[in-house]
Unconditional design. Structure first.
Length: 298
């Protein structure tokens, strides 16, 4: 294992210790300062962010695009601060959810039937880590499809234990399908962050914000083959810093009007893209615009 991995690992450990010792308000301010520095000096990522926002909102002026990009960086800073606080048990998870009682009733309604698997379709939106922790803490742990971290030390000793705290579990993409299908057959819950770039055999051409883009087709394939309950589930940050968990009605569409399976997959996947786009448009600054979502299309 390279020295770089050890340096990165102990740097993260230092930050975690640092945020454990200082007041919560300082942690928020510290993360916001780091975000502003990255926005100003990491030109490659900032340029990509600006390009993505302009790509999605071509009618916006340069000033509007710049303002939305900075706001998006600040949103990521809040998510980072809260993730650090959650790691150190310094965030009241239940207290952060304003519609806790209402959403717990909805969880009960959809999750009590264990004869049918549940696919929670979500994205890199607002504080997705808080959403996962809230689900697990509420007694509804999920398996989450995730990419294995580049640094195995950080991944195995920090990220995995953190995400498993309330019974959640990562499924790495390279081993995902078998575990995912087994989980769905047991009537349990799988969460998929559906908003990243895709390419190759496991993707189809769709549209996102009116532009052509490659999108992973696994959700549509699973829907057609196993008929899980597809539940668009997101967490939205309010102006007061607290959150509302939004679980939309199940997406039961299977493109029955199409006889060709490929066309079915494309139409189902497009519906899923449209659903995420609708959520992003309601609060665009809370989406992770730093990701190269339109890489294939550009």
């Amino acid at each position: 294992m390279s020295m770089k991995f050890f340096i990165e690992y102990y740097l993260v450990k230092t930050v975690l210790l640092f945020t454990k010792l200082f007041p919560n308000t300082f942690v928020y301010a510290f993360c916001k300062t780091i975000a502003h520095l990255f926005f100003k000096y990491n030109q490659r990522r900032t340029s990509l962010t600006l390009k993505n926002i302009h790509f999605a909102y071509p009618h916006k002026s340069e000033e509007q695009v710049h303002a939305l990009a900075l706001e998006a960086y600040e949103s990521v800073a809040i998510t980072l601060a809260e993730t650090l606080l959650m790691f150190n048990d310094r965030l009241d998870i239940d207290g952060m959810i304003e519609n806790k009682n209402e959403i717990l009733e909805k969880f009960e309604r959809y999750f009590k039937d264990t004869t049918r698997g549940k696919l929670l379709m979500t994205g890199h939106y607002s504080n997705w880590e808080l959403l996962a922790h809230f689900l697990g803490k509420s007694g509804y742990p999920i398996k989450n499809i995730a990419r294995e971290g580049n640094n195995h030390l950080i991944d195995e000793r920090i990220i995995q234990p953190f995400r498993a705290k309330y019974g959640n579990k990562n499924i790495y993409k390279k081993n995902a399908i078998i575990s995912l299908v087994k989980t769905l057959k047991q009537g349990l819950r799988v969460s998929i962050l559906f908003d990243q770039k895709a390419s190759g055999a496991n993707s189809v051409k769709t549209h996102f914000f009116g532009k052509e883009v490659q999108t992973v087709d696994v959700l549509a394939q699973l829907k057609l083959k196993y008929n899980p309950l597809v539940l668009p589930t997101f967490i939205v940050r309010g102006k007061n810093g607290k959150y509302t968990v939004v679980m939309k009605d199940p997406l039961e569409y299977i493109a029955e009007e199409e006889s060709d399976e490929t066309q079915k997959i494309i139409k189902i996947t497009q519906l899923y893209n449209d659903t995420i786009e609708e959520v992003i448009k309601a609060n665009p600054a809370q989406w992770f615009w730093m990701h190269d979502r339109w890489r294939i299309a550009k």
